[in-house]
Design a protein around this ligand. Sequence first.
Ligand code: BV8
Length: 241
Amino acid sequence: MGKARSLESVVVLTGAGISAESGLPTFSGDGGLWEKYRVEDVASPRAFARDPLLVQRFYNTRRRRLLASDVRPNPAHIALADFEQRFDGDFILVTQNIDHLHEQAGSAEVVHMHGELLKKRCQNCGRISEVKRDISIDQVCDCCGERGTLRPHVVWFGEMPLEMDRIHQALRKCDVFLSVGTSGNVYPAAGFVEIVNASGGHSVEINLQPSAVQSSFSQKLYGPAGETLPQFLQQLHVSTA
Ligand code: BV8
């Protein structure tokens, strides 16, 4: 057994599973978004060019659901925010989710690698701004005045995820990598564990069931994140005290 590395740096990756107990649908699995929509119809630049109304409706429906009063952070989001506040090492939370539940729970260092549902971007002038209402296909950009150029500020399939250099740097130096609530089907996020393993970090998968990349993880905990994650983070915190 090699010398145990002290705990100086933690990277957390979250997926749709961490928001499931807050009432937001996941993508795969029973009741998931991909049961109702085809990826290629609603989550790519080609889909948006082909049928902007369908794509805007897909995101407008999710945005309205996200802003409903009964959708709020669950114990898993809160445990992550608490850990970040108490941990005196380097901490970064990378999320594949486009909801804002991590921020609502109090997480400070949140990297939305796939963008944010509550932001819009103009394809003409590039301005990114908050959005809490539906985006219509003929809406005028209040920055450049162009009509019909506004899209959700999310990363579609075939588009480059955000802040990848910062994420890779953190993965290469972390002591613990914690992956929570993701099926491990979408890259490059699903490949992060390999970067950690190659750098000698300790990788942990916390999920409802084994993910597509479960064999790459050094440690695995299965069950609802609202139960498993608070317990795990409490032990992790004690180990650094
Ligand atoms: C890129 C934002 C390159 C939008 C998302 C062919 C053509 C083009 C690309 C590709 C291709 N083949 C492969 C690719 C790469 C592609 C990809 O990986 N495709 C897959 C389908 C094979 N990736 C990309 O295109 C990425 N970009 O590669 O760019 C490039 C290079 C140079 C220049 C330009 C580009 C971009 C991918 C990002 C797409 N956008 N989201 C939106 O939200 O609508 S992806 C979206 O789906 C999510 O963000 C997330 O990443 C993914 C869903 O995964 P999960 O979050 O894991 O959710 P899922 O439902 O699957 O699983 C939930 C898990 O939680 C389950 O395991 C379940 O058991 C668990 N769970 C449930 N409840 C609980 C729980 N766990 C704990 N507690 C619970 N209570």
